[in-house]
Design a binder for this molecule. Structure first.
Ligand code: FAD
Length: 390
């Protein structure tokens, strides 16, 4: 047989895309004893699911995002244990640099799950410059993973559980029961398309109907001379403008107005000043946001310089050494979640804002549960597939 062709394959569930949403669908399906095939056009994980901070920002979500995030939390913990990667139960530190930011944190903390921190406690948790913060908070349920290893190890774990992965295999067309790829057809009762921002390449009518754009983010990994390790992901007032739990507070208007007046340069690149530290001690620095149908391949260095200067100022350190730069891209739409069934048995699933690591596993679990039966999140066992490739 031609090695470039797939064997004739028939499965219960075919998944397009092996980012965190596609992996979540595969995990949900295999836990229900279903046979699963995943195709990805890339040779290895390279999409948004490896380009992010690895910050699972659960306690700052509201509404459906919080429901998916809570489900994801259980699933991340169970996957970490089963697949052998670390899921840190560290919470998130939010550094407040102004009284108006402290007021927003105080209002948000009233609902529980967020502990306020005084000046000394923030300095103990995060190596920020003492004269740059006045207090802060810890978001208790939050987790941290290394996205570069976690996605790879989840895929390896699912392979051991019988999921077929077909890499360097692009989906080119989809119709009920049949997924056409560059290597042949896969027959499946349920086909789940999890291609993030590239939905317009495969199902343009769905992408346009939803109003999906691409959001490009400038990211850096740096070596920085921090006073001590960062014990958890670190957010700032800029982050409060984005995450629902803080952004819904009436007092946030004062934070937004002040930040935009004081730092129009950071506001112009739509900054979310935040940090996570990798196991090797390097610091992930982010990020900027630019929305368009297509991402401009030529990135202005000025945005990275702003992020680095903001980092020097917050931590009170000399200029960090940049180790890596990259552009991350995620789908951006008017609604945070994409869940469409354009044809019977063809499901389009995704996260159209920057919280897919936090919510993607829960979204996938809930959606597959609606088609193939709810298991309850506590049942994390994975039966072996009974029906594989034929
Ligand atoms: C810089 C950055 C920072 C972020 N930080 C965070 C964070 O800290 N916390 C958080 O919760 N979220 C964060 N996010 C958002 C989160 O990373 C994304 O929402 C999530 O990873 C999206 O997962 P996905 O599976 O939909 O997409 P992806 O991971 O992009 O996977 C899509 C896959 O589909 C494949 N594909 C596309 N088209 C085809 C085709 N036709 N055929 C076959 N395969 C195809 C691609 O090769 C890719 O592997 C961040 C995103 C970015 C970019």
């Amino acid at each position: 047989m031609d090695a470039a062709r797939l064997p004739v394959t028939s499965v219960d569930v075919a998944v397009v895309g092996s980012g965190i949403v596609g992996l979540g669908v595969a995990y949900a399906a295999v836990r229900r004893g279903l046979s699963v095939a995943v195709v990805d056009r890339a040779d290895r994980p390279g999409g948004a699911s490896v380009r992010n901070f690895g910050h699972l920002c659960i306690g700052a979500q509201i509404g459906p995002a919080r429901r998916y995030a809570d489900r994801s939390r259980d699933l991340w913990l169970s996957l970490g244990a089963a697949a052998g990667f670390e899921v840190r139960r560290c919470g998130t530190i939010v550094a407040a640099r102004h009284e108006d930011e402290m007021a927003v944190l105080t209002a948000a903390a009233a609902d529980g799950g967020i502990d306020l921190l005084d000046h000394r406690e923030v300095l103990t948790a995060a190596p920020v410059a003492p004269d740059r913060v006045i207090g802060g908070a810890r978001i208790l349920p939050d987790l941290q993973v290394d996205p570069r290893t976690a996605t790879r190890q989840i895929a390896e774990h699912l392979t051991r559980r019988g999921v077929e992965f077909h890499r360097r295999t692009a989906a080119v067309a989809v119709r009920p029961g049949v997924l056409t790829t560059t290597r042949g057809e896969i027959h499946a009762g349920t086909i789940v398309v999890c291609v993030n921002h590239d939905l317009d390449h495969l199902l343009p009518e769905v992408a346009e109907d939803i109003g999906l754009l691409r959001c490009a983010l400038d990211m850096l990994r740096v070596r920085a001379d921090l006073r001590r390790p960062l014990t958890a992901p670190l957010l700032t007032g800029w982050s409060m403008l984005r995450y629902g739990r803080f952004a819904q507070q009436p007092l946030i208007a004062a934070v937004r107005a002040r930040l935009h007046t004081d730092r129009p340069d950071l506001a112009a690149v739509d900054v979310n000043q935040m940090y996570t530290q990798f196991p090797d001690g390097s610091l992930i620095v982010g990020d900027t946001h630019e929305r368009a149908v297509d991402v401009d391949p030529f990135r202005a260095e000025a945005a990275s310089r702003l992020l680095l200067a903001a980092t020097e100022d917050l931590f009170g350190i000399p200029a960090p050494t940049v180790v890596e730069r990259w552009t991350g891209v995620y789908a951006s739409g008017p609604q945070p979640f994409v869940d469409r069934e354009p044809q019977p048995g063809v499901i389009v699933l995704g996260v159209a804002t920057g919280i897919g690591m936090t919510t993607g596993l829960g979204l996938a679990e809930e959606r597959i549960g609606r088609v193939h039966g709810d298991l309850g999140v506590r049942d994390m066992s994975i039966p072996r597939s009974t029906r594989g490739a034929q």
